[in-house]
Design a protein around this ligand. Sequence first.
Ligand SMILES: *Cc1c(COP(=O)(O)O)cnc(C)c1O
Length: 481
Amino acid sequence: MRYISTRGSMAPADFTEVLLSGLAPDGGLAVPAELPQLETEQLETWRGLDYAALATEVIGLFATDIPRQDLQALTAAAYGPTRFPAPVVPVTPIGEVADALTLVGLSQGPTMAFKDLAMQFLGQAIPYVLTRQGRVLNILGATSGDTGSAAEHAFRGQEGVSVVMLSPAGRMSDVQRAQMYSLQDANIHNIAVRGVFDDCQSLVKELSNDAAFKAAHSLGAVNSINIGRIAAQAVYYVWSWLRTSDHLPHQRRSGHLVDVCVPSGNFGNIYAGFLARSMGVPIRRLILATNENNVLEEFFSTGVYAPRSGEATLATSSPSMDISRASNLERFIWALLGPQEFMRRWAELEETGRMDLSGEVARMRKAGFVAASSTHSDRLEAIRAVHEATGLLIDPHTADGVTAARRLMEPGFPTMVLETAQAAKFPETVAEALGTEPPVPPEVAELLSLPQRVETIDNESAPLRAIIEERALRPTQPHQD
Ligand SMILES: *Cc1c(COP(=O)(O)O)cnc(C)c1O
């Protein structure tokens, strides 16, 4: 598979070339120039594979320049038993809540959120590419919780890579803090900034825009636009489709259509589902779920995309979805409109801050998209309903998904809700919903008791630059111990 830029002026490149590059040189995002088509007979041959083996097949469609044997080793390491308990992604019918509703457990990894599934693959693939190219990478990022911890757990102890992660001092949950700050690996650097998440992100932007500093210190990112993350996320759409049709008689399997509901923020997770659907995975609809920050719900309902500022973004009880400018949406709009029309309409967005595609809503439906948003009280109700009916605890982001699924699901079509985090990561909202504190799982209790290591800096770039100058890996010194 070759990749081109949404903005139209990047020469076609291979997977391993775009894996480390972030934005394309023209400011766009890398998209597949062409998608292979999967026949259902092909999908059927994958039914008996375990998760790592299926990941080799699906990621292999995207990473055609990684030799198959190498890819096998990468997925075996990323999805092995030390990172995820078998079967990696459990699929659990919850017909007691609503007929034909199924939870897809994406949060069994080391940081209890779905970002582990993609990040653990990067944690193998990026060091592999760096070694072949004789390079090092210092990953600089800002996190409000889930991304930073997933990245640190994926890259800890890996050669040729370090992680410098900024987080807002005192503004993460106890579990999120413990997941990051308890890591003692020499290549992990946690920096708490006296400020909010936006301040952390501004510091990252300032340093990344300083081309000389960036080059001198081999700085890079693994944010949600990374194409390797998208490829790794496509795997579980295939996996869960196979699992919901496992019990069907053979002759009914191939035409078996499902709906998938995805709690969304930066549009990275659901974009991978859109690619899977475009390649022929029998997904009927992609149900996009948002919280009160409903920019994406508005887009798919009305066709108007009007990103909001940081100040206009509400702090909700599903905080990982508090996003009002979805960085991956550009990829979908490019696919929807085609390259020429995309350039024209994107210019309109950049000039006016808004894009009116109300004439395209029918095409969005044809591409599978419908959307719904939910509120804090919807989340509480969904957590309660699932718990009462099944005894299972779901987290507030998954509750947004259950709410949207219950609102939009239709009889006759199995509906899968992607479970994006574990309840134990967001215990306050779960306690509010149930009226009692949920039990603390033993591994969480142990995590919370570990010693923590973090440096706190003022909201200025000088101390951050000093830390990077002192600690960043250099090509001649690939391992720092
Ligand atoms: C990141 C995240 C989301 C949003 O996913 P996107 O790919 O940004 O749309 C939803 N839920 C949880 C728990 C997350 O960590």
